[in-house]
Design a protein around this ligand. Structure first.
Ligand SMILES: Nc1ncnc2c1ncn2[C@@H]1O[C@H](COP(=O)(O)OP(=O)(O)OP(=O)(O)O)[C@@H](O)[C@H]1O
Ligand SMILES: [Mg+2]
Length: 365
C-alpha cells in the first residue's frame, strides 16, 4: 500500500462503501497527564479511562466505527499524517490558554471535519463565566450581578452588597470552590480574592450570593431543535461541605450528594431559563446549564457546560438523563442524532427547524 494511504484512510474508504461512519475520539486522559507530571488539581477536569471506553462502547453499539485520537497534539500529528474522520466526538478540555476548550473544534474546522458538541466560539466564550453572563443577560436571562477582579487593586472597587460568592473566572469541576467561597465581609473578600488570583493565575469572578435551591438542566439538540431532557435538584447530604456544590462535594458525589427529581414549578422555571441560555449562546448537541434560586425562589443562570462530563455514573448529565428514564446509550444516541446533521448541513442550516432530521418525539418534554 503506498505510504500516502494511511490505515485510517483505507478504513474510511471501506466504511464509506459500506455506509458506516468512522468517528474519531478526542479527549484529555487524566492518567496520561498525571504521568507527564501535571498535578491532581491541574488535571481535575480531564477524563478517566472508563469515560472514554463507555463512549466508545456506546458508539459501536449505535453502529459507528470508532478511532481513538486523544489530546490535541495527537490530533495534530494524525491530521499531518493524512488521517481523516467522518465526525469527531470531541470532549477535549485542553490544557493551556483562555481558548483551551476551543482548540480542538477550531483545528477540526480548519480541516472541515465535523465534530460533536459546540464550536470554538461557544467553547471560548463559555469558558469565561463573566463574559458569558454579559451575553445571556443581554438576552434577558437572569444571572447574579457581578464584578471581575483582574488584580489585587481591583478588590477595593467591588461595590456589591454582601454576601458575595467568589470563584476563578474560567474553571470547571468546582475547582477553586469551597465553603469559604461565600463571602460575608470586606476583609474576607480581600483575603479570598488574593488567594484565588495567586493560586489560579486568572481573574476572579465576584457575584451576588444566591442562597436558594440548586439545579442543573440537561439539554440535547441545537437551535430550534434543542430540548430540555430534564432538571434535577442538587441536594447536599449532612456530611457534605455545606452551602456549595464544591470541588470536594463533586469528587465524592456518591457519598455527599443526592441528585433528585424535583417539583414541576421548579422544572418549568429551570428548563425555560436553561433553554433560553442554550439557544442565545448557540450551543450545540448537548450539555448542561447550572441554575440556583435566590432567596425569593427566582431562578438565576450560574454557568453553562457545553462540554458536560460523560461518565455514565459519575457525571451530572448522564445521572440526570438516567433519573428521567433515558439510559446512557439513548443519551448518546440523542447527542449523535443532533451531531450527525452537521455532516449534511451547513452551520447556518443547523439552527433552523425545517429539515428531515427531527429530534421531536425522541426527546421527552
Ligand atoms: N453566585 C453564586 N451563588 C451561590 N452559589 C454559587 C454561585 N456561583 C457558584 N455557586 C456554587 O458553586 C458551585 C460551582 O459553581 P460553577 O457551576 O460556576 O462552577 P464549576 O466548577 O464550573 O462547575 P461544573 O462542575 O459544573 O463545571 C455551584 O454549583 C454552586 O453550588
Ligand atoms: Mg457548574
Amino acid at each position: 500500500m503506498p505510504a500516502i494511504f494511511s490505515r485510517v484512510f483505507m478504513m474510511r474508504l471501506i466504511l464509506k462503501k459500506l455506509t458506516y461512519m468512522l468517528i474519531g475520539l478526542t479527549y484529555d486522559l487524566r492518567d496520561e497527564y498525571l504521568k507527564m507530571g501535571f498535578s491532581d488539581i491541574e488535571t481535575a477536569e480531564f477524563d478517566r479511562e472508563d469515560t472514554i471506553s463507555s463512549i466508545e462502547t456506546a458508539l459501536s453499539e449505535l453502529g459507528y466505527f470508532t478511532d481513538r485520537i486523544g489530546h490535541i497534539k495527537n490530533l495534530v500529528s494524525r491530521l499531518y499524517r493524512g488521517d481523516r474522520w467522518d465526525l469527531v466526538f470531541n470532549i477535549s478540555e485542553g490544557m493551556f490558554g483562555e481558548g483551551r476548550e476551543a482548540q480542538v473544534p477550531a483545528l477540526l474546522d480548519a480541516y472541515r471535519i465535523p465534530y460533536v458538541f459546540s464550536g470554538p466560539l461557544v467553547m471560548a466564550l463559555t469558558l469565561n463565566k463573566a463574559l458569558t453572563k454579559v451575553v445571556v443577560k443581554d438576552a434577558g436571562v437572569a444571572t447574579p450581578e457581578h464584578f471581575v477582579v483582574y488584580k489585587k487593586s481591583d478588590i477595593a472597587k467591588v461595590n456589591l452588597p454582601f454576601p458575595l460568592f467568589v470563584k476563578p473566572v474560567a474553571e470547571g469541576t468546582g475547582k477553586g470552590i469551597d465553603p469559604d467561597s461565600v463571602i460575608s465581609g470586606r476583609q474576607q473578600l480581600e483575603y479570598k480574592c488574593g488567594e484565588l488570583l495567586e493560586r489560579y493565575q486568572q481573574p476572579v469572578l465576584v457575584e451576588t450570593y444566591l442562597s436558594g435551591r440548586e439545579f442543573t438542566a440537561g439539554i440535547v439538540g441545537t437551535g430550534e431543535k434543542a430540548r430540555c431532557i430534564g432538571v434535577i435538584e442538587i441536594i447536599l447530604k449532612e456530611n457534605a461541605e455545606q452551602g456549595v456544590y464544591s470541588y470536594v462535594n463533586k469528587e465524592e458525589c456518591e457519598e455527599r450528594i443526592i441528585y433528585s427529581l424535583t417539583d414541576q414549578d421548579a422544572v418549568e422555571a429551570c428548563s425555560e431559563l436553561a433553554l433560553k441560555a442554550w439557544k442565545c449562546l448557540r450551543a450545540e448537541d448537548g450539555g448542561r446549564v447550572d441554575i440556583r434560586f435566590d432567596h425569593l425562589g427566582n431562578p438565576h443562570f450560574l454557568e453553562i457546560n457545553p462540554l458536560a462530563g460523560m461518565h455514565p455514573e459519575h457525571s451530572d448529565l448522564p445521572i440526570l438523563a438516567g433519573l428521567h428514564g433515558i439510559p446512557y446509550l439513548r443519551l448518546m444516541q440523542m447527542i449523535m442524532d443532533s451531531a450527525v446533521r452537521k455532516v449534511k448541513h451547513a452551520a447556518h442550516e443547523r439552527f433552523t427547524p425545517d429539515d428531515q432530521f427531527d429530534l421531536q418525539g425522541i426527546v421527552p418534554g
